[in-house]
Design a protein. Sequence first.
Length: 373
Amino acid sequence: MEKRRTGWSESDRQAIQEQLSRILASPQFALSDRRQRFLRYLLDETLAGHGPQLKGYTIGLEVLGKAPSFDPNIDPAVRVEAGRLRDKLREFYEGAGREDPIHIELPKGSYALEVHIRGERSKPEAARPVDLTRIAGERLEAGKSAAAQASSHRTETPSLAVLPFVNRSSEPDQEYFADGLTDNLITDLSKVSGLFVIARHTSFAYKATQRPLAEISRDIGVRYLVEGSVRRSREHIRVSASLVDPLSDHCLWADRYDRDASDVFGVQDELSRSIVEALRVRLTPLETDRLGYTGTGSAEAHDAVLRGLEHFWKYTESSCTEAERHFRRAVECDPHYAAAHAWLARTCLFQFSMNWASDLEAALETGVGHARR
């Protein structure tokens, strides 16, 4: 019997992640970083239950690195890459993956993956993952050289995920600040060429989770995890953070920062640099200069962007309207704040693409205008 559904048990999820690793190591995927990112992103979103909401615009920005002015109706890059991904998956399953117990497909006209799991009829709820490592060794020997090179490169690069920082403030409305600090830390560490950092959408899938860190590390496929908490008042902030290796249950680094509320930039900079130093990653001169740089000296503008992001990531019409208001406020506070212009552009263009703006022409013009700033 074959299971094709949107809910998976823990054993199913583990088997799916193992299958993903096998696919990414295949000749069809091993030498294409873009194709690997695309497949991993779609699978993460599908497993998180967000498959039906996937849009070409979001994929263009998150996976292909497109500018906020990207219009999927004009630029076919996402559709073209999706077609290539679909072909390569079919090619994989027509060859080495023919007998695999888990089949991952990308249907035409959709960005939501379909995952098919073969199970025993007598036990329909139990996924029966086989020893995929053994099968990979037996069937990929001929194409193993290229895949091994790609795998070796990934192994040498420290991989980590920044889990959402916990809001310890007495006011629940400070959640945006904890999430924003997490966002900024992910962005900063992603600038370091010597690190492999898991994207925001995957990290935030574990927000408020009680699962053991070793399980999270295994599910995401990273060696290290960063976790922390934030306590903020009108005049004071306290940030506690740690870098752990869940497999060895070893804490590589931990610290606590008690600062004036106005020194949020300094805390973010120290967090990023401390993690890089703990992992013994060498920075290039350019990375040294830009690590921890937020792009503004205005705490008010920075705070407005954080508030806007809290609403933007909800991806609803009303939340995008609220996000736009905060991003406009950030631009007013600091007209030279590039991130504020970029997020305002992305929000307006997203509203345009979703037909949420009352004046579509104005939304498009505003989005493109701020994207060019």
